[in-house]
Design a protein. Structure first.
Length: 326
């Protein structure tokens, strides 16, 4: 059993709270053009569209492109959406578990493509990575920065065996990015956050150098439900909020059954949940910002909306963050 994460003080002690706030002023996404549908996979493995949909909620995923290329495209869209000068970005944080190279990190290459020479680094926290990056960005804003670019990008087709029914039905490529600004008015805030890990579960989802992803699906399911429940509860407590105070939940898009099982324990409703899993598959660190863009496109987020971001992934890692939208 995974122990409860206890990462940091309560919100009354300043857990995510500062003299000013934070605003996600621009969001952008990128998806490769090539679609790999469930029907395509039937040529390579013993499966069916119905079998995959029933067990995962996935109908298709995207393949092709590179992590840096997808990250750069999403970042450019976010910059355009925010309508800010590129050179006003002071830090690039790229969450990925499929970097272009073992060394160096992929973030500097993205910064180069954007015409930046600011700080740039990768975060490797698997599917929790974008939320990790958001929390780190908030810390940089509290230390005096004004604008940070946080990206989640993956090219998981390079480490996925699409002949393996356990993993090949799940993973795809994509990217999502957000411009994170310091909000002097305090209208938008990172109300609370929670991050944790348990390295005792490295073996349930991993890929060795030069190999493909291996997964113990049953154990991933069980542990994911547990840590989602614990992390969300911690963030709610630290923010002084209840389940009813959350207007929208944007979880990691791994498997619809995992989300449904966790929500039964937490008391969340699927009606308050933004899902894009059906058409993207599991895009690891990219999945939460991809779903964020979808929610914005639908008009589900307005000033004052309380948004809960909730990630979990290999490591095992988990992270949650509650943002009051500016």
């Amino acid at each position: 059993m995974i122990s409860n994460p206890t990462s940091g003080p309560s919100s009354s002690e300043g857990h995510g709270i500062g003299p000013w706030g934070l605003s996600l002023s621009g969001v952008g996404i990128a998806l490769p053009e090539k679609i790999l549908a469930n029907s395509d996979l039937t040529a390579w493995m013993d499966t069916s569209d119905e079998w995959i949909r029933e067990r995962t909620g996935i109908a298709e995923r995207r393949i092709g492109g590179s992590t840096s290329g997808l990250a750069t495209e999403a970042a450019r869209q976010a910059i355009e959406d925010a309508d800010v000068p590129v050179d006003s970005i002071e830090q690039v944080i790229l969450a990925t578990t499929s970097p272009d190279h073992i060394c160096p990190g992929t973030a500097p290459a993205v910064a180069r493509e954007l015409g930046l020479q600011c700080g740039a680094f990768d975060v490797q926290a698997a599917c929790s990575g974008w939320v990790y990056g958001l929390v780190v960005a908030n810390g940089l804003l509290l230390q005096g920065m004004n604008r940070v670019l946080v990206i989640g990008a993956e090219s998981l087709d390079r480490i996925t065996d699409y002949h393996d029914r356990g993993t090949g039905i799940l993973f795809g490529n994509g990217a999502g990015a957000a411009i994170v600004d310091r909000d002097e008015t305090g209208a938008g805030r990172l109300l609370s956050w929670d991050m944790g890990s348990n390295g005792n579960y490295v073996h349930i989802l991993y890929a060795e150098h030069g190999d493909v992803l291996k997964m113990d699906g049953r154990e991933v399911f069980r542990q994911a439900v547990t840590v989602m429940q614990t992390s969300a509860t911690n963030s709610l407590k630290r923010a002084g909020l209840t389940v009813d105070d959350i207007d929208l939940i944007i979880p990691h898009q791994a498997n619809i059954r995992i989300v449904e099982a966790a929500w039964k324990k937490l008391g969340f409703s699927m009606e308050k949940t933004e899902m894009v899993l059906e058409h993207t598959g599991n895009t690891s660190a990219a999945s939460i910002p991809l779903a964020l863009q979808s929610a914005l496109d639908k008009g589900r987020i307005q000033p004052g909306t309380n948004v809960l971001f909730l990630g979990f992934g290999a490591g095992m890692t988990w992270a949650s963050a509650i943002v009051r939208w500016a």
